[in-house]
Design a protein around this ligand. Structure first.
Ligand SMILES: NC(=O)c1ccc[n+]([C@@H]2O[C@H](COP(=O)([O-])OP(=O)(O)OC[C@H]3O[C@@H](n4cnc5c(N)ncnc54)[C@H](OP(=O)(O)O)[C@@H]3O)[C@@H](O)[C@H]2O)c1
Length: 289
């Protein structure tokens, strides 16, 4: 299996990356990114809303891996949608990361306002023209929202979506559409946030191939052509999640895993709203202390 995929923008994206949502800004994020780079990850996924861009940038700048070999993704948050606000938000992310350019800039969520969404895309197109972003993409976009963007002058290079065996049936059509359109799918929550690692079917396959449940879930993602971005704060698990290139799941294993799908999503609206509320409270308390 190749260790990178060519994007329609021309640059190549590594086939696995480190996710950083919920990694606390400061030593937790710096340690995780350092550990990842040490074992061979070359893709790091962050976002303005994760509040850890500065730490991601610090770990990257401190590492001995050259910038051209690294691939950094960050995202435009919902409240920054619109032309001027998107330009400003991008400048803020670039400054916090303290990098000369970003490899991939994503619209984090489509939102309900089609006008603001298209203004944001125009802003990304203009930023792309400056060379400060190598590829532009979207996240959580449906087929109809992707169809809108595909009518513009620059097609999205990536759609980052929730993807794991438990929601495969509901994402299958989207996955196929992206493949037909040359849009790379980045799989977020590829471990279903570790909620189903004890699933007996996954454990059984893991025993058969001599790997862990997490490795089986990530390998499933890779064999579906997606780029998984598992997150962990533990160096041992970060390494475990990267060791997925020395085995293969058989077509029967893939089918069994596909059939685990019960439509369950770890990121439904209620969860997201709850998390952002808790995060704002946590940051508010931190400022006060
Ligand atoms: N675009 C979007 O809207 C969006 C939404 C969600 C996520 N994302 C991105 O996708 C990344 C990954 O998704 P996620 O963070 O939701 O969940 P995930 O990667 O599916 O799961 C993370 C959880 O799994 C645990 N874990 C990791 N490796 C493990 C292993 N080998 N064995 C056992 N447990 C393990 C982690 O705990 P420990 O830290 O304790 O190891 C953590 O609790 C995010 O970090 C973010 O970068 C994007």
């Amino acid at each position: 299996m190749n260790t990178s995929k060519r994007l329609n923008a021309g640059n190549a994206i590594p086939t696995i990356g480190l996710g950083t949502w919920q990694l606390a800004d400061g030593s937790e994020t710096v340690r995780a990114v350092r550990a990842a780079l040490k074992v061979g990850y070359r893709l790091v996924d962050t976002a303005k809303i994760y509040g850890n861009e500065e730490s991601v940038g610090r770990a990257i700048r401190d590492s001995s891996v050259s910038r051209e070999d690294l691939f950094v993704t960050t995202k435009l948050w919902n409240s920054d949608q619109g032309y001027e606000s998107a330009l400003k938000a991008f400048a803020g992310s670039l400054e916090r990361l303290d990098l000369e350019y970003i490899d991939l800039y994503l619209v984090h969520w489509p939102g309900d306002d089609i006008h603001r969404r298209s203004e944001s895309w125009q802003a990304l197109t203009d930023i792309h023209g400056t060379g400060k972003v190598r590829a532009m993409g979207v996240s959580n976009y449906s087929i109809s929202q992707l169809t809108e963007v595909l009518k513009t002058s620059i097609p999205p290079a990536v759609n980052q979506i929730e993807l794991h065996p438990f929601n495969y049936a509901s994402q299958k059509q989207l996955l196929e559409f992206c493949e037909q359109q040359g849009i790379v799918v980045m799989a977020y929550s590829p471990l279903a946030q570790a909620r189903r690692l004890q699933d007996p079917t996954i454990q059984n396959i893991a025993d058969q191939v001599g790997k862990t449940s997490a490795q089986v879930m990530l390998r499933w993602s890779l064999q579906h052509g997606a780029v998984p971005i598992p997150r962990s704060s533990h160096p041992k698990r970060i390494e475990e999640n990267f060791r997925v290139f020395d085995f293969e799941l058989s077509p029967e294993h893939m089918k069994t895993l596909d059939n685990l799908s019960d439509g369950s999503s770890v990121m439904h609206r209620r969860n997201i709203a709850g998390w952002y509320l808790k995060d704002r409270l946590r940051r508010g308390l931190k400022r006060l202390s």
